[in-house]
Ligand binder design. Structure first.
Ligand SMILES: [Zn+2]
Length: 335
């Protein structure tokens, strides 16, 4: 190769290096050395595969916008013990995701009338949501180190999956412990949902809520009943004959109970005395009323302890969801 050709090659090479520097490397250096501001939240909705959730935060009385999958992580971590089996956590992730999308579609732009402008709140009214900072405060640094990655895994491995019935998102109610059998939705709430049927929940033995007792003094019971339901007109003398369970639901909760001169529901009694469930028996002993309850929560839809028991038996999150939500499909969410 002669000298002149080499010089020419060199200058072409310098020119190429110069172009690369100016057009690619320099802008990159500028971008990475600058503080990149977060993307405009309004645009996230338009990005494929991303959905934002408007969460009303009770403590601050403000609406926060949170990316769907991040929101689901915060719900799974708050609504289910993180030490549960991975398939129970996955079932909870699909239920939490389905619930918020169900509400987002149901309420539209206006949001839930209880908290306008937001499809969900961060409280039990909808489903509990806590961010990583709040979770660390509630538990510990060690908890975050040991359990947060498991929560993330459960959510990421079910990313975008929802439960549908005849192609539509379901309202996936869930509760802690059914007490052996879940409830038909119309026996607890007014609406009948074809996928919220009473089913056996045989693997709840690890739940500390399976059998509980609430003790109330006889006088307190009479006073509270008479204050709230005057028509009952309970008296101390007649209390032994004044109470009679008249009807139980398919899931064994008290649906009708005679209290003095009136008839109440098990839910009335549960709410008035803070019982863990409406599946109860009453034992009167001296001046004490003992409520022996089975399970914890309303009893409709997925039992969380039942889900964990099923996972321990080797059932997958899909098996669990299809058991507690009868006739559903698990599929990717289509907007
Ligand atoms: Zn709410």
């Amino acid at each position: 190769m002669d000298k002149g050709g080499g010089e020419e090659m060199k200058s072409i090479l310098y020119m190429i290096i110069g172009i690369v520097l100016v057009t690619i490397i320099l802008p990159m250096v500028l971008i990475f050395s600058c503080d990149i501001s977060p993307p405009d939240i309004d645009n996230v909705e338009d990005m494929p595969g991303e959905t934002t959730i408007r969460v009303y935060v009770k403590e601050t009385q403000r609406v926060n916008e949170i990316e769907l999958e991040e929101y689901v992580k915060g719900v799974v971590a708050s609504e289910m013990p993180a030490a549960f089996e991975i398939d129970a956590l996955k079932a909870q992730a699909v239920a939490a995701r389905t619930k918020v999308l169900y509400q987002k579609i149901k309420y539209g732009d206006n949001g839930n009338p209880t908290h306008p402008g937001a499809e969900v709140c961060n409280d039990v009214h909808c489903q509990v949501y806590r961010n990583e900072e709040q979770l660390e405060k509630l538990h510990s640094k060690e908890w975050m180190r040991d359990f947060w990655p498991i929560i993330e895994k459960a959510v990421e491995e079910t990313s975008g999956l929802v439960a549908t019935y005849e192609g539509k998102l379901i309202d996936p109610l869930y509760h802690s412990t059914s007490g052996g059998k879940t409830e038909n939705s119309e026996d607890v709430f007014t609406a009948m949902a074809p996928y919220l049927r009473s089913v056996d929940s045989p693997y709840e033995q690890d739940s500390k809520h399976l059998d509980s007792e609430t003790v109330i003094s006889r006088n307190e019971f009479i006073a509270k009943i008479n204050n709230t339901y005057k028509s009952c007109a309970l008296s101390e003398e007649s209390i032994n004959s004044a109470l009679k369970i008249l009807q139980r639901s398919e899931g064994d909760r008290v649906s009708k109970i005679k209290v003095g001169n009136d008839t109440l529901t098990g839910r009335n009694i549960r709410e008035l005395f803070g019982l863990k469930s409406a599946n109860f028996k009453i034992v009167i002993s001296g001046d004490k009323m003992i409520f022996k309850t089975k399970g914890y929560g309303h009893g409709v839809g997925m039992s969380q302890y039942g889900a964990n028991g099923m996972a321990k038996e080797g059932y997958t999150f899909e098996d669990i969801l299809k058991h507690y939500y009868q006739g559903v499909d698990i599929e990717a969410y289509k907007r």
